[in-house]
Write a protein that binds this ligand. Structure first.
Ligand code: FAD
Length: 380
């Protein structure tokens, strides 16, 4: 009879895997986690000093309950630790009333009773004068409950909470091979092999190395930090809250004001050359001017008052699916494997809720999620 080393393994301890590890361990599951680097590192997606969590997320209006649960769990984690993980910043969505950004936020808020405030373009210009050039037919939807999560600290705190609850963690341990065996999976790293009944795969951009058949594409995603020309210029996060803003050409500008010693963070969704697919194993994260020059070009018109030469630029990877939704489930119905990925640049805030859903699935339960629409097999 096979002897198992643990009930469950989690492969990849970024935001999603760390959360799965925590929620599994806190339910008493014998779980072991593998991370190829060190939790909180800057080579995947779960870093960059701040990640936004809004309840009325425009891109995922059906996931408001998941966002609410995640907010509770982040708060629980923060209360249990000694570090501050969350900053209530508020969140602003700007665009047309029927469009994906402001319209999406408004629909999510109305459908799920999230408190928001709406602004006409002129009221928006008055309330948030740092946003200029907002067309008259655009509106603003402000959600006061939106928070910024500090990603590096949050990942480390989640792994620590999992370990306190009994999880075993191997860092600097890359899982190089998954070997399905009757009733379980053997995981191989350079240092050891571990036999488990079920493996949860949360390897972010590297998921395709473990499961090449998954419909995932990895893209570079730069974030640039810009410095105001003047001090006290209204660019602190309370006057310039986290925002996503639809531009006239369909691109989306996002960012948030200065906080925690960092300048004003800005990025563009899928704008230009930076969105070309890359090989996640290529760890060259060097920045070129192509990563920020387009931002620098539009800033004087859209957000004047910032030096268009960034003070700092950081690169992350993000992983996208053909329909912009997450992947979550047992690939091919194989209950030995559970995949969670394809975060499409919106997954950090939801991480604890995703972790809980993964723990439900491991335990044979049914999470409160639209699982069919997230199935990893839906593109077959
Ligand atoms: C620039 C940018 C801005 C973003 N802004 C937001 C935001 O404001 N709000 C929001 O909610 N989301 C945001 N996101 C998305 C969010 O950051 C991601 O959804 C989230 O971090 C994904 O976490 P993950 O755990 O799936 O992936 P990752 O963080 O990449 O974690 C995967 C982990 O697996 C490990 N790993 C990989 N292969 C192996 C292996 N073989 N063996 C062991 N370990 C392995 C990696 O080292 C890594 O630690 C943003 C993303 C980017 C890039």
């Amino acid at each position: 009879m096979t002897r198992w080393d643990a009930e469950t393994a989690v492969v990849g301890l970024g935001a999603w895997g760390a959360s799965a590890l925590w929620r599994l361990a806190s339910r008493g599951v014998d779980v072991v986690g593998f991370e190829r680097f060190t939790p909180g590192h800057a080579l995947g997606s779960s870093h960059g000093h701040a990640r936004v969590l809004r309840l009325a997320c425009p891109e995922h209006p059906g996931l408001v309950p998941l966002a609410r649960r995640s907010m509770e769990l982040w708060t629980e984690l923060e209360d249990a630790g000694r570090e501050s993980l969350l900053l209530t910043s508020g969140g602003l969505a700007v665009g047309t009333e029927s469009g994906p950004v402001a319209g999406g936020a408004l629909r999510a808020a109305r459908d799920h009773g999230v408190r928001v405030r709406t602004f006409t373009a002129s009221a928006l210009r008055f309330q948030y004068p740092r946003h200029t050039g907002v067309p008259a037919h655009h509106i603003g939807v402000y959600e006061p409950s939106a928070v910024l999560v500090r990603p590096e600290r949050a990942v480390r705190a989640t792994v620590a909470a999992a370990e306190e609850a009994g999880a075993r963690v191997f860092t600097d341990s890359r899982v190089t091979r998954l070997e399905p065996v009757p009733g379980g999976v053997h995981l191989h790293t350079a240092q050891r092999s571990v036999r488990v009944r079920q493996a949860v795969l949360t390897a972010g951009a590297w998921l395709t190395g473990l499961m090449p058949e998954l419909p995932l594409e990895t893209v570079r995603r730069p974030v640039a930090w810009f410095r105001p020309f003047e001090r006290d210029s209204g660019f602190e996060v309370d006057g310039f809250p986290a925002f996503t803003r639809e531009l006239e050409d369909g691109r989306v500008l996002w960012g948030h004001g200065a906080q925690g010693g960092y300048d004003v963070a800005l990025g563009l969704n899928d704008g230009g050359v930076a969105a070309k697919p890359v090989d996640p194993e290529d760890t060259d994260r060097s920045v070129t001017s192509e990563d920020w020059s387009e931002l620098g070009r539009i800033l004087p018109v859209k957000v004047p008052g910032l030096d268009p030469l960034p003070a700092r630029v950081a690169l992350s990877t993000r992983t996208r699916t053909p329909d912009g939704r997450f992947l979550l489930g047992h690939p091919g119905g194989d209950r030995r494997l559970l995949v969670a990925g394809g975060e499409n640049a919106h997954g950090f805030g939801y991480a604890p809720g995703i972790g809980e859903a993964l723990a439900d699935l491991v335990r044979g339960g049914t999470p409160a999620l639209p699982l069919d629409s997230l199935s990893p097999d839906r593109f077959r």
